[in-house]
Write a protein that binds this ligand. Sequence first.
Ligand SMILES: [Zn+2]
Length: 91
Amino acid sequence: MSEVKQKRENKPYNSKFKGNKFNRRKKFCRFCAQGIEHVDYKDVNTLSHYINFNKKIIPAKQSFNCTSHQRRVSIAIKRARIVGLVPYIAD
Ligand SMILES: [Zn+2]
């Protein structure tokens, strides 16, 4: 039995990280990277990245936003829904 195969078997089944250490998706907040502090509710193009196929707000775990920006994004989406720029549910 090779050494590599043994290492794979020792790995826990429900591993947190998918892929090896070289091929892992990097997490970063896009708003922090671009230096945007205020999320505009009229900017539908940006907000559409944080809306699901079913028009739900994507959680921070999937969107990789930091806590403060995730809060601002969710508030902006809710405001845009009230105004009518973003739909509540999918058609
Ligand atoms: Zn951020």
